[in-house]
Every structure is written in C-alpha cells, then in structure tokens.
Write a protein that binds this ligand. Structure first.
Ligand SMILES: Nc1nc2c(ncn2[C@@H]2O[C@H](COP(=O)(O)OP(=O)(O)OP(=O)(O)O)[C@@H](O)[C@H]2O)c(=O)[nH]1
Ligand SMILES: [Zn+2]
Length: 334
C-alpha cells in the first residue's frame, strides 16, 4: 500500500494509507536517498510504499520504498558528524509569521527565510500578524532634524503596508491578519485548502494562535527548545503532520522558527532574490556578484529605487556570510 508519513519517533513511523487508516511502520534495510547523509531516511510528509505484516494479533507495516520528494527541509546537526536531519518533505507552502515589534522581525530575517524557501523550492507567504495591536493614527507629527520642518511619521500600520507592497512587488503573497481576533484568518484557510503547509516565525509571532484560529482545539508544540538543549541535538525535533477539518494538512515543527541554512554558492544567492535574478543579465559581467563590480544593473536599480535598499542589504549580508549584523538592521524605508 502507498501512504503518507504523519509522524515519526525515530524508529517507528505513523503512516496514513490510501485507505485512510493509520499504520505503525518500520523500515527495512538501508535507504540512501538522493545522496543525502541523514540521520533519518524517512521524514514526515514522505510518500512511502509499505507491506503489512502480521505478527500474531499485531499488524505492522514495513516500508520498502520512498517516493521521490518534491522538496525537503533539512537541519544540519551542530555537532561534528555533519549529518543532516530531514525535518519534512513534500511541503506545498510555508507561511512566515511577521510581527513588527513584539517580537521584532527584521527584513534581514524575512529575506533570509525567503532565500531559503526559494532554494528549497517551497512557495512562501508572508503573514503580518497582530494587526489588531498596531496604531494607525494619522496625526502624528515629528520634526525633521535636517530641515526643522514638521513631517508626518509612519504609523505601525503604514510600516505593514509598506512591507506588504514591497514584498508583493517582488511576487510574494502577503496577508495582514490578527490571529487573536480572527481577522483575515479565512484568507489563510483558503490558501491552505488542499495543501500541506507549515507555519514559521520567531517565537511569540503567533504560530500556535494562528493554528488554533484555523482549527480550534489544535495543540501545536511549537515552543522553542532551550538553547542548551539544542546543542548537538537533532533527535529532539520530531515534526508531526495534522489533518485539519477543511481538507488541509499542517506540519508542526517543534522548536524550529525558520529554516535551516542551506549551503549556497555565493554566485547562486542572487538567483534566490527574484528581483535580482530578473535583472542580472543586464550586468556587464556575467558572473557579477553585484558588490564591487562596475556597470552593475543591480546596484543601479538600488540607486534608482527599483530594488529596495533593505533587500540589497540582506543580499550583501548573505553573500558576505555576515551573521553578526543580520539582526540589527532596520526595515523602515528612508
Ligand atoms: N494582540 C494579539 N496577540 C496575539 C496575536 N497572535 C498571537 N498573539 C499573542 O502572542 C503571544 C505569542 O503567541 P503564540 O501563538 O504562542 O506564538 P508562537 O509563534 O506559537 O510562539 P512559540 O510557541 O514560542 O514559537 C500569545 O500571548 C498570543 O496570545 C494577535 O493577532 N494579536
Ligand atoms: Zn551586478
């Protein structure tokens, strides 16, 4: 029978067969797939073939085949074994929950996430959560330090609108919601229908609240595990897939707020910024990294405002492997 893996504990896999029933399965023999050295050969979301074996009264499934994956998300173990752990496979889309201040989500974090999603070939949707808490009073004024004149300040909702129009212009779907009040949660449900999704975002951005808004009663274990616990541990993280009652599946990934870092060549990073990819053929040098090179179409587009400065900064940080600064930038437009 063919089935889908819903959860695993390391050696046992819960597989939902095409008959709709769940089977406890083990794997037989060694699987070495797509050349990845991983601690777990079978992951949540995998399509597998299994045979049912009877042992006395017990029925167990033996997985003997894993179907080719559309995509998969890995996490590198931080210890020296260099093994990877496949967190989930065959993910149709991932929602990144973004909050402005509580907790802060910087554009550098958003952009890194989007780059990784592009590298994994997983469509990403930006969800601006907690809109019920943002101020939108139009009469705030401040004094421009340079000219001494009064100017209107941006409200928090202006910031959300700005970010939404920025990311929409690049081609990403953006939805402003309140998981707490239920505002626009129907749009999330609509997008989830018929698909397998994941919620990501900083701790406190509202993943569990959103999960409960789309399906009351759903208990996710998204709580971050303590840093000390995370050191060298990959085995503590077991993803789990849930069937929701509106023909949608949600993969819960305890302790994972974003994506693991994908190994990327410096030359390919620009290809995961759609607006850079689109223009790069106009650079003078075909292998332009858009940093030092003359006659660079990307730098020119940034100067002209056609590419957002925040996106370019994120790009440069990733190319330069600049982990230090990446949480400190500002997403407020100049
Ligand atoms: N006002 C408001 N509060 C929200 C909203 N969504 C979530 N919260 C609150 O924000 C806090 C964190 O929400 P969670 O859903 O636990 O966040 P999480 O992303 O699951 O966090 P971790 O489990 O730590 O990864 C809770 O106190 C929620 O009640 C929202 O739309 N509006
Ligand atoms: Zn260039």
């Amino acid at each position: 029978m063919t089935g889908t893996v819903y959860r695993s504990t390391g050696s046992w896999y819960e597989v939902k067969g095409t008959d709709g029933a769940f089977y406890s399965c083990r794997i037989k023999g060694k699987f070495r797939l797509q050349g990845i050295k991983s601690t777990n050969p079978v992951a949540v979301g995998d399509q597998v073939d299994f045979e049912i074996e009877k042992k006395g009264d017990e029925e167990i499934g033996i997985i003997n085949e894993i179907h080719e994956r559309d995509n998969y998300i890995v996490r590198k173990s931080v210890n020296l074994s260099k093994q990877t752990h496949i967190i989930a496979a065959n993910v149709d889309q991932v929602f990144l929950l973004v909050t402005l201040n509580n907790p802060p989500t910087f554009t550098s974090f958003i952009d890194r996430f989007l780059v990784t999603a592009e590298a994994y070939h997983i469509p990403a949707v930006l969800v601006f959560n907690k809109v019920d808490t943002y101020d939108d009073s139009q009469d705030q004024v401040a004094i421009d330090p340079e000219t001494g004149e009064e100017m209107l300040t941006m409200t928090e909702l202006d910031e959300v609108r700005y970010l939404m129009s920025l990311y929409k212009s690049i081609g990403y779907d953006c939805i402003a919601i309140s998981a707490a009040t239920g505002k626009n949660v129907d749009q999330i449900k609509e997008k989830m229908t018929g698909k397998t999704s994941m919620f990501s975002g900083h701790s406190g951005a509202g993943k569990s609240t959103l999960a409960n808004a789309v399906q009351p009663g759903l208990e996710l274990k998204t709580k971050e595990i303590s840093d000390q616990h995370k050191q060298g541990q990959h085995t503590t993280t077991f993803a789990e897939m849930f069937d929701l009652d509106f023909d949608a599946r949600l993969i819960d990934t305890p302790g994972i707020k974003g994506f693991g870092v994908v190994d990327m060549e410096r030359e390919e990073i620009g290809d995961y910024f759609p607006e850079i990819f689109e223009l790069k053929s106009q650079c003078k040098f075909h292998n332009c990294l858009h940093i030092e090179e003359p006659k660079c179409a990307i730098k020119q587009a940034v100067e002209e405002g056609a590419i957002a400065a925040s996106r370019y900064e994120s790009y440069v940080q990733i190319v330069q492997g600049d982990e230090e600064n990446y949480r400190q930038d500002k997403h407020v437009p100049k």
